[in-house]
Design a protein around this ligand. Structure first.
Ligand code: PEP
Ligand code: MG
Length: 573
């Protein structure tokens, strides 16, 4: 009898494969004592295992190549750093020397001690670092046992696990693993972002996965809807094959749109820009005919490392994005660390009671002037290579934008004096993510050159619903009358002031919501390249004037069902 299991779709694609269940990292090691005379030998055994792990990680790092080598490499570097952590290693030596435990059991004890410390932490980011530690401990243990560790996958496997580290994903793909299902995790995690870039189907938050799925079970995984079928019967297999045929047909059809304009049925051109985090995203954006980069998230350069990236490193990265888009505008968002995006350099405070409402985004940059100037210098230098725009995250007041404008002007002036090639005009834009900035947009729209609505955050702040909290279910949703009305208000004010406005949150890439955004008058979308062709298709199939004529009905909707109903009617030919 097939069973169905719900989860959350985090990276699209359908896969049929064999479950490879990896139980949580608790080490299955029984207590084992050693005689005093064996202590030296046991310490050597442990140190050899640590050295072998270090060498193994080094080889893995060297072998990385291709578009995501940099991103994945950073995670491996982080794991290599943990191997030198005195907290981990000295504790282990002590347990062998004084406790006379075997190296294997000492590893387990030390793991459990550290897990208790991490568990007690308030900060969800730091808490989640235990996953990294578990990964490293798992590798050491494999060497002690003379086994090979790591995500072991065979072609056709679907990894079923409590979580998956970003560094594992690329390895799994090379091994031919066709999808990943995790009982925990969030669609906004780094792993999810990387899975989308790798086109690896990923379902997260399938809370019953480890109880219900057995090693070797055949699974059908749908990374879009998040559904999982265990041991599918003939009916499900037939439906799966049918779905694959449909997907292949859709992909072929979409492929034809690569070089087509993004023009509505009634002849209105809509700008599709891309959100990018990696070089591969930039390459895809260019290949799919994106009108530019609407959101280049720079915090990915700052995460998972112990030191800040310097001006030169940042400059090369931004310049390469500019070169990659060959003349199309590149919108570089200044650092958006804070809240769920925490770094390891101490920039982000670990002790804020409410980090989502704390020192994040532009607040953090303005509080760290030198850091901000370094980033602005790197961006301004990149402007010598092609059109660059600066986008400021989490703006909540006119003063913040004015402060950034003054800094940008000073930095550009100094660079010009030093003889650097700097563009004459570097437009400055604000992300609209804070409700007050959206409501009082008229108060600072005259000091920005463009606007970009970050609906991921705007929805969470407007609805007081954490974007990372799975338990809130439908509460976190853009299909809310308050959200729709606020979006309309933002677009109206921007239009009145002839200020370009885009939406760059995830809803811009959801083709089912395209009619809604078009009806509200949006003419600029910024979305992940993976969804660009679908949205282009939706726009080419839309009659803008007809949609706008129905906008009144959309704004009158009183609840989610009303908005969904409107969307259903809008989808009718
Ligand atoms: C947003 O909040 O909608 C956005 C695009 O920014 P991020 O997802 O990086 O916070
Ligand atoms: Mg945001």
């Amino acid at each position: 009898m097939p069973a169905h299991l719900p989860g959350h779709g985090a990276s699209r694609g359908s896969a049929l494969g064999r479950a490879r269940v990896r139980l949580p990292h608790a080490l299955e090691v029984v207590e084992q004592r050693i005689p005093a005379a064996a202590v030296g030998k046991e310490l050597r055994r442990l140190h050899d295992a640590v050295d072998s792990t270090r060498a193994e990680m080094h080889i893995l790092r060297e072998r990385l190549h291709g578009a995501l080598a940099k991103e994945v490499g950073e995670f491996l570097d982080l794991h290599a750093l943990l191997l030198d952590d005195p907290e981990l290693l000295h504790g282990l030596d002590e347990l062998i020397r004084a406790g006379r435990y075997s190296a294997d059991y000492a590893l387990r004890l030390q793991r459990d001690r550290l897990a208790a410390v991490f568990d007690g932490m308030d900060d969800p980011y730091l808490k989640s670092r235990m996953d990294d530690l578990d990964h490293v401990i798992g590798r050491i243990h494999a060497h002690l046992q003379k086994r090979t560790h790591g995500p072991k996958g065979v072609a056709g496997d679907i990894l079923v696990s409590d979580n998956v580290a970003p560094s594992e994903l690329a390895q799994l793909q090379v091994q031919g693993v066709v999808a990943v299902v995790t009982s925990g995790g969030s669609p906004l995690s780094h792993s999810a972002i990387l899975a989308r870039s790798l086109h690896m189907p990923l379902v997260v938050g399938a809370s019953k996965a480890l109880q219900k799925i057995n090693d070797g079970d055949v699974l059908i995984v749908d990374g879009a809807s998040g559904s999982i079928v265990i041991e599918p019967g003939p009916e499900e297999l037939r439906a799966y094959r049918q779905r694959l045929r449909e997907l292949a047909r859709e992909q072929k059809e979409l492929g034809r749109l690569r070089s087509k304009p993004t023009r509505s049925k009634d002849g209105i051109d809509i700008a599709l820009l891309a959100n990018a985090e990696s070089r591969e995203d930039v390459a895809n954006a260019h290949a799919l005919g994106a009108a530019g980069l609407g959101l280049y998230r720079t915090e990915f350069l700052f995460l998972q490392r112990n030191e800040l990236p310097g001006e030169e490193e940042q400059f090369l990265c931004y310049r390469d994005a500019v070169l990659g888009m060959s003349g199309r505008p590149v919108t570089i968002r200044t650092l958006d660390l804070g809240a769920d995006k925490a770094d390891r350099t101490g920039l982000v405070l670990g002790n804020e009671d409410n980090p989502a409402l704390g020192l994040r985004g532009v607040r953090l940059s303005l509080a760290n002037g030198d850091l901000f100037d370094t980033q602005l210098r790197a961006i301004v230098r990149a402007s010598g290579y092609g059109p660059v725009r600066v986008l400021v995250p989490m703006v909540s007041s006119r003063e913040e934008i004015m402060a950034v404008r003054r800094r940008l002007k000073r930095v550009a002036g100094n660079l010009r004096k030093q003889g650097a090639e700097v563009a004459d005009d570097i437009p400055l834009g604000a992300m609209i993510e804070v409700p007050s900035a959206a409501i009082a947009l008229h108060a600072f729209v005259d000091v920005v050159d463009f606007l970009s609505v970050g609906t991921n955050d705007l929805v969470q702040y407007l609805l007081a619903a954490d974007r990372n909290n799975d338990t809130l279910g439908d509460l976190y949703s853009p299909l809310n009358p308050g959200v729709i009305r606020l979006l309309k208000h933002i677009i109206n004010i921007a239009n009145e002031h002839r200020t370009p406005v885009a939406v760059c949150g995830e809803i811009a890439g959801d083709a089912t919501l395209t009619p809604l955004l078009l009806a509200l008058g949006l003419t600029e979308f910024s979305l992940h390249p993976a969804t660009l062709l679908e949205v282009r298709k939706a726009i080419r199939g839309s009659d803008l004037s007809a949609l706008k004529a129905r906008a009144g009905k959309l704004l009158q909707a009183r609840d989610r069902a009303g908005i969904e109903n409107w969307l259903k009617l809008a989808a009718r030919p």
